[in-house]
Design a binder for this molecule. Sequence first.
Ligand SMILES: Nc1ncnc2c1ncn2[C@@H]1O[C@H](COS(=O)(=O)NC(=O)[C@@H](N)CO)[C@@H](O)[C@H]1O
Length: 143
Amino acid sequence: MRILLIHSDYLEYEVKDKALKKPEEISENQKKGRLDEVLAVFMSVEKVDEQNPEEIVKKAVKEIEEVVSQVKTNNIFVYPFAHLSSELGSPDVALRILKEIENELKNKGYNVRRAPFGYYKAFKLSCKGHPLAELSRTIVPGE
Ligand SMILES: Nc1ncnc2c1ncn2[C@@H]1O[C@H](COS(=O)(=O)NC(=O)[C@@H](N)CO)[C@@H](O)[C@H]1O
């Protein structure tokens, strides 16, 4: 999994068109979303992650929690992003992993939104620009 973490004044998105034949089913109020004072977490699930999705979920949550504590926010935006890797995992596994990451973070008490999966989306992001505002992580099963 490749992760890009951007500490932002806000992240807002608007769903445009389907990017997959069968994107995630969403309600009307999921077509637009915004969080302020947020850690935006863009994630590309990779083929190798399919070897042990549960381990990837745990490692991703650990990495996200570490950054959240450093930048001192409680708001997290889980954002499916297919452009951080050339070895993408299957959409089904990717969606399952992202939903589990969302749920684990919610269970830990964070305020979490997740952008819809399988759609082209317009988005606006306001990076804060401090030294820890732009971070990336790579996690793989086993290591
Ligand atoms: N492995 C993945 N990790 C994260 N998001 C993914 C992944 N696979 C699919 N998605 C989601 O599905 C959308 C489309 O994925 S995609 O790989 O870019 N596929 C396409 O764009 C297709 N139109 C052609 O393959 C992405 O914007 C993202 O929302």
